[in-house]
Design a protein around this ligand. Structure first.
Ligand code: UGA
Length: 452
């Protein structure tokens, strides 16, 4: 077994497609496999079924160069690949915090019986620690010459292409030097360009991903906990985050306070980590993650409470404009979207909510068909009594009070992502509220970066 030039990517979601496009751009021959034949046909025709800036171009370049193609056939995949990358989803199990590994298992069950030559199977999906060791044992019993490794991926939605082309680190969980050398060879170019390469055991590799996401979620919830304190005590969490972030031991990343984290990764990974730690009898070690999750969800309730307050204590029949449906800007993903959750809570409180998002409307309509949607910002804001900025898309962050004049019925705005400057809004007569900023915070208290 060596790194080989022929790779398969099993699962054509964001992770698989980004990995396939990246590997093709690095000169490998890549076969992408997905059980959804409609998606496979779309991809072979050069159509990207998801919104991810720059990914369509990278993928089409691979298709045009004949370096990547897609199939539904595991027979083809088994015959083709020197290294097989598992890129299937591991969502949260309904009614439990555990990860649902059924797609990973289905992928292994489809591939392994068809393998008839030495190869490496490298998992990229986020899995609970211990999964790879178990799969490796099953593989060893089923197929001589095939080996299992874990090679977690750290890319973010919205910046997946840049993250994947120049990752900070590449982690290879392996059980042999050969497997480590094989993964090092596959990732040779980014390593040569400065990405750190860590060869380690399977468990540490799995934990590297789980722990990273748990840490990021904790950092976000920490600053959101400070936001709660600021609201009560009269501080400004944005200034606080800037001050804390200037300390190199803390750093500014992931200290943006607001509506909290959502998406298909951090929420379910935090919960899966807690569930797995409990299974391992070390639940107490990560018990703090319960609080991380709770702080995160409290921000959504707080946004709804502020809306109620601005509406005068009764939301029944009150027109409310929700700006944002995606879990973050630059993405059309609405999985565990804080914005849609708030829209749903407000609807439950009797408000007439209209949601607008520049990219995620189709997915939002599918996920929450019971909500009302508008095709433009102006339409969503028409006659609104309260406007909520819930996803910090640039077109929302650039809003000015003048741009909503003559559209809204009442001048109330909640900036749940700390994307707007309150001063011009307040000067224009708006009731402006933000998460983590006390209502009566003096403008003078805002931190001016040009002054020390
Ligand atoms: C996250 C991790 O950042 C990636 O490293 C990881 O590979 C990925 O999960 C995954 O497991 O696949 P992603 O979910 O795409 O990436 O998005 P993030 O940029 O991490 O943002 C997550 C959520 O946190 C968003 O809702 C965002 O709005 C929120 N956030 C982020 C904050 O509220 N404050 C911040 O300071 C940063």
């Amino acid at each position: 077994m060596n790194g080989g030039r022929r790779l398969t990517v099993l699962g054509a979601g964001l992770l698989g497609l980004t990995h396939a496009a990246r590997m093709a751009s690095l000169g490998f021959d890549v076969l992408g496999v997905d059980t959804d034949h409609v998606k496979v046909d779309q991809l072979n025709a050069g159509h990207l079924p998801i919104y991810e800036p720059g990914l369509g171009e990278l993928l089409r370049a691979g298709l045009d160069a004949g370096r990547v193609r897609f199939t539904t056939s595991y027979h083809e995949a088994a015959a083709f690949g020197d290294v097989h990358f598992i890129c299937t989803g591991t969502p949260q199990q309904p009614g439990s915090g555990h990860a649902d590994l059924s797609q990973v298992h289905a992928c292994m069950s489809a591939l392994v019986p068809l393998l008839d030559r030495p190869c490496l199977i490298a998992g990229k999906s986020t899995v609970p620690v211990g999964t790879a060791r178990r799969l490796a044992a099953e593989l060893a019993g089923a197929c001589e010459g095939a080996e299992l490794a874990w090679n977690p991926e750290f890319l973010r939605e919205g910046t997946a292409v840049a993250d994947t082309l120049a990752p900070d680190s590449i982690v290879a969980g392996v059980t042999s030097r050969r497997a480590g050398a094989s993964l090092r060879q596959v990732h040779a170019r980014p390593i040569a360009n400065g990405s750190s390469f860590f060869a380690t055991d399977l468990e540490t590799a799995e934990l590297a991903k789980t722990a990273a996401n748990a840490f990021l979620a904790t950092k976000i919830s920490f600053i959101n906990a400070m936001a709660e304190v600021c609201e009560a005590a009269g501080g400004d969490v944005r200034s606080l985050a800037r001050i804390l972030g200037a300390d190199p031991r803390i750093g500014p990343a992931f200290l943006h306070a607001g509506l909290g984290y959502g998406g298909g990764c951090l929420p379910k990974d935090v919960r899966a980590f807690m569930a797995r730690a409990k299974d391992l009898d070390v639940g107490e070690a990560v018990a703090f993650l319960r609080e991380v999750d709770a702080i995160n969800l409290r921000r959504r309730a707080r946004a709804a409470d502020l809306t109620l307050e601005l509406a005068g204590g009764n939301l029944a029949g009150v027109p409310v404009c929700v700006l944002g449906a995606a879990f973050k800007p630059g993405s059309d993903d609405v999985r565990d979207s804080p914005a849609l959750d708030v829209a749903q809570i407000l609807t439950g409180m009797g408000a007439c909510v209209t949601v607008y998002d520049p990219a995620a409307l189709d997915n939002a309509r599918r996920a929450r068909p019971e909500l009302c949607y508008a095709g433009t910002l102006a339409e969503a804001a028409q006659d609104a009594h309260v406007v909520l900025l819930l996803t910090e898309w640039p077109e929302f962050a650039e809003l000015t009070p003048g741009s909503l004049d003559g559209t809204v019925a009442r001048r109330n705005i909640i900036d749940a992502r700390n994307a707007l400057d309150p001063v011009p809004w307040r000067e224009a007569g708006w009731q402006f509220r933000a998460l983590g900023v006390a209502e009566d915070t003096h403008a003078i208290a805002r931190l001016d970066p040009t002054h020390s």
